[in-house]
Design a protein around this ligand. Structure first.
Ligand code: DGL
Length: 263
């Protein structure tokens, strides 16, 4: 494994770009390879076995391209596949994502926390274990959000239909008395402005991108000194690369060429 190799980051689609931004901000010297599995998005309603297989295929590809560490920038893929990835690559620095139940349980004043996430994440054994571990003193109200990832993939971050869908997901959480909402899917930070518009000011939103970047930094620090230069960033998609190229300026902050991943 090349110690100066890139960090491989993947998601079912564009959601992991919200994590990639945090990694870039914290570790600008690292070269990054981002893979959007857009040919198979959304993961949220797919079987755990299917997602586990995608994790293996994508990890193999990123490692073949020299990745020295992997970030599973997807809650749904982490819930389904990270245990197997750790088994396959026991020496590889590997960071996954999970809904921020622990910080939310600490932050809530009303004692009611809402979780917006995919069906796959909310139904996973990993999520159940997370609740057992950190949410015994609070009430947790979960809300699957089918259809929302597709809106974000299409770049419809503040379209009328995205707003209508989101209002329907948020209403039961507000009715239940949640004062803290966990964004349990890496796509959702992109609709934070829309959420802020529809939520009362005293509702907190919590996501995990920054914590994941910090965790990656700690794992890389164990391996050696930080790189002073600015790293390169490479983008791949298993869907139509032009679709990702179209949304990169809005979601990543600059234009870039995207290569096709046929795996
Ligand atoms: N971005 C992903 C997550 O964090 C999954 C979205 C999807 O493909 O359904 O859960």
């Amino acid at each position: 494994m090349a110690s100066h190799g890139p960090v491989g980051v993947f998601d079912s689609g564009v959601g992991g770009l919200s994590v990639l931004r945090e990694i870039r901000a914290r570790l600008p010297g690292e070269s990054l390879i981002y893979l959007a599995d857009s040919g198979h998005v959304p993961y949220g309603e797919k079987s755990q076995a299917f997602i586990r297989e995608r994790c293996q295929v994508i990890a193999r590809f990123l490692l073949e391209r020299g990745a020295k560490a992997l970030v599973v920038a997807c809650n749904t893929a982490t819930a389904a596949g990270i245990v197997e990835l750790r088994e396959h690559y026991p020496d590889l620095p590997l960071v996954g994502m999970e809904p921020a139940v622990k910080p939310a349980a600490r932050a809530t004043r009303s004692g009611v926390v809402g979780v917006l996430a995919t069906t796959g994440t909310l139904q996973s054994a990993k999520f159940a274990a997370l609740l057992d571990r950190f949410a015994s003193d609070v009430r947790v109200v979960t809300q699957p959000c089918p259809g929302l990832v597709e809106c974000i993939e299409a770049g419809a971050l503040d379209a009328a239909h995205t707003r209508r869908l989101l209002e329907g997901f948020v209403a039961p959480l507000l009715e239940a008395g949640c004062d803290t909402l966990i964004l349990g899917c890496t796509h959702y930070p992109f609709i934070k402005p829309l959420l802020r518009e529809m939520l009362p000011d005293d509702i907190s939103l919590i996501d995990t991108g920054e914590a994941v970047a910090r965790r990656l930094e700690a794992l890389l620090d164990d391996k050696g000194p930080r790189l002073p230069a600015t790293g390169a960033v490479e983008f791949w998609s298993s869907g139509d690369p032009r679709r990702l190229e179209e949304v990169l300026p809005a979601l990543w902050g600059e234009a870039a060429a995207v290569s096709f991943f046929s795996g």
